[in-house]
Design a protein. Structure first.
Length: 373
């Protein structure tokens, strides 16, 4: 085997698919408040996800893994922990962990390097342990693999804006968007913090979203750690930014799927234009906030959280017919995959996977500079 991936669309040959086993509604912490009173988990209550939801999500993830295997793709799965147990460092104690459904959040393959992200939530600080047996195996099998882990953060109170959610929720929507576009959210700049799912790979260029889990110090660390890449920080008109893969999704060279409800900056759009990239607005989602599965903190725009198997083939949630029709008209073979009931465990098709190997080499898809890019 080998570790190799430079973008989001080269032919996928090896992937990790997450698991829903043992997942919990995590206990409150400085960066997270879970409040689902209609679903039996009002603010302050935490604990294991309902057993029937775990069973349903596990069946969908298992079916998805088998579908990929039938396509000739090697599929590995993480090793769940007891996520209901308290965890701690010498500087804090957290009453629970979370789960290991969305491997995209934690791991990213950048060329021949497999990088473990910092993770900015205390409940996810130990989540890397679910993947270490796999990473150790890859390291033994591939002598060319670079195994890297970003600096493990302290996550003391200094890393979080005090009383952030109380103040933020009191703002108007426009004020929240303006603050998000400044990168002025729950994370301070006390230490580098980023989730891997805030990184979109375009060969030579990496677009990193400033979000609720990624700060400027994290982007700076990535820039210094990856001198052979061009690392760009980006924001969108999104009041609640969390991971880039339901906002800005490259499908093949020259084509990006964009969430029209979250406007991109003129400088980013112009950078795409001068380099002959077409940016198309994603079809509207079938779901509304009122029709999401119980205990879901994701948005209906998981409709565009697709997984490309190659430049011509893309997996899409099976009930998102408008998104499937749009991609069909753009020339893709569309593979419908039922996965919405996995959303409460951390996301959609892209979230539920992380690429270990895509056939291809590093290329420069943006040879012309523009503005700050």
């Amino acid at each position: 085997m080998r570790v190799n991936a430079w973008n989001e669309w080269d032919r996928l040959t090896h992937v990790i698919v997450g698991r829903a086993d043992n997942a919990v509604i995590q206990a409150e912490e400085p960066a997270v408040i879970r409040d689902f009173p209609e679903d039996g988990f009002p603010r302050g209550r935490y604990g294991p996800m309902p057993a029937e939801m775990v069973a349903g999500a596990s069946e969908l993830l298992d079916n998805f893994a088998r579908l990929l295997e039938r396509r000739g793709i090697r599929v590995d799965r993480p090793h769940p922990l007891d996520f209901s147990q308290p965890v701690s460092t010498p500087e804090w104690t957290q009453a629970t962990m979370a789960g290991c459904m969305p491997p995209r959040d934690l791991l990213i393959t950048l060329g021949h390097e497999l990088l473990e992200a910092t993770m900015s939530l205390r409940s996810r600080w130990h989540e890397y342990l679910c993947y270490r047996p796999l990473i150790e195996q890859y390291y033994r099998e591939d002598p060319q693999m670079r195994w890297e882990a970003a600096p493990k953060p302290r996550l003391t109170d200094a890393s979080y804006a005090e009383n952030f959610w109380e103040e933020f929720d009191a703002l108007s929507l426009d004020e929240q968007i303006e603050r998000a576009q400044r990168g002025d959210l729950v994370l301070t700049e006390a230490e580098p913090l980023f989730d891997a799912a805030d990184i979109a790979r375009f060969g030579q260029d990496l677009f990193v979203q400033l979000s609720l889990v990624t700060n400027r110090a994290g982007v700076r660390w990535l820039t210094q750690h990856l001198p052979d890449f061009r690392v760009h920080d980006v924001t969108f008109a999104n009041h609640n930014p969390m991971h880039i893969d339901a906002t800005w999704v490259p499908l093949r060279p020259g084509l990006i799927l964009h969430c029209g409800a979250r406007a991109a900056g003129d400088d980013l759009l112009q950078y795409c234009k001068v380099n002959d990239w077409q940016v198309v607005q994603a079809a509207p989602p079938a779901r509304t906030p009122q029709t999401l599965p119980p205990l879901t903190y994701c948005t209906p725009w998981l409709s565009m959280n697709v997984l490309s198997l190659d430049e011509k083939t893309v997996c899409v949630e099976s009930t998102e017919t408008a998104q499937m029709d749009q991609l069909d008209k753009l020339g893709f073979e569309v593979i419908p995959v039922p996965l919405w009931d996995v959303a409460p465990f951390g996301g959609g098709l892209n979230c539920a996977t992380t690429d270990i190997c895509r056939e291809g080499v590093k290329e420069d898809y943006f040879p012309r500079r523009h503005g700050r890019f």
